[in-house]
Design a protein around this ligand. Sequence first.
Ligand SMILES: Cc1cc2nc3c(=O)[nH]c(=O)nc-3n(C[C@H](O)[C@H](O)[C@H](O)COP(=O)(O)OP(=O)(O)OC[C@H]3O[C@@H](n4cnc5c(N)ncnc54)[C@H](O)[C@@H]3O)c2cc1C
Length: 291
Amino acid sequence: MIRDFEYLTPKTLQEALTLLDKYRDECKIIAGGQSLLILMRQGLIAPEYLVDIKGISELDYIKSDAKEGLKIGALTTHRTIEKSPAMKNGFSVLAEMERRLASVQTRNWGTIGGNVCHGEPAGDPVPVFIALNATLSTASLKGQRNMAVEDFCLDYFETALEPGELLAEIQVPPAPPHTGTAYTKFNVIESDMATVGVAVSITLDSGDGMCKDSRIVLGACAPTPRRAKQAEEVLRGKKITDNLLKEAGQIAAQEAEPISDISASEEYRRELVKVLVARVGQEALARARQA
Ligand SMILES: Cc1cc2nc3c(=O)[nH]c(=O)nc-3n(C[C@H](O)[C@H](O)[C@H](O)COP(=O)(O)OP(=O)(O)OC[C@H]3O[C@@H](n4cnc5c(N)ncnc54)[C@H](O)[C@@H]3O)c2cc1C
């Protein structure tokens, strides 16, 4: 049962920020409502005011630039990202990730900003954004703040957003030369959340083909999506082979901090990390060699 609330519909970013500043802790932003309404129906949150930002067209865009990369407005829907021609320019992993997120109905209405701000540890986009070294911008009446997506998720369903603030934009820089990125998730029911999600990015040295840099990001394995930094270190400076990727997978499984829940036991999640890091690493490596 949803408790009564006052429903506010700003039409511009400035109007929205004024309302957020006025009502601060008493209000909640709603974008697509795909995650928020579930919490409200369960009685887990009961805001006095709902600030519906879905109608703010100035936050709904994808800009693509060879020098600056991608800029995605927070109100861009999952489906728009999935279908955008801009994803073909080195960002196909984002479209692939979106294709496996929820159902078409949810992707049609849910927004990328809502997904990132929900702070769900099993969400699909954040591990991919972290692998792509993405940053984001927040807006409030005080101005803009910029930070790495990696630093935005603080804890289980908790982000770095402050009262009066909204997420405005996500920026994905152009990938360095000879970089490949891949993502997959294991889920029992297609369109469900990840039991474990893994994103891997590999950059090869143009001269000797050794691994110059790597990012291995685990989803649903800790209170927030998190990099497996020791596993990344295993790859750096070496020629990547299947055996080396398996070793990275083993280290990542030790680094992970999964819980046991209705979807899987802790042990099963660690096993998934081991297998998926090696498998997604192979895909990222193949892409890096072609890039
Ligand atoms: C059936 C179903 C299946 C799903 N499967 C998946 C899945 O497989 N993978 C996956 O990753 N997700 C999945 N989801 C989650 C869902 O797709 C996303 O979380 C959703 O896209 C959130 O976007 P929204 O616009 O609906 O956000 P809302 O529900 O409106 O908001 C979510 C949260 O973010 C806040 N918020 C929204 N926009 C902003 C903003 N711009 N600035 C600050 N705060 C903001 C809200 O206050 C709220 O706390 C699923 C959801 C459903 C209903």
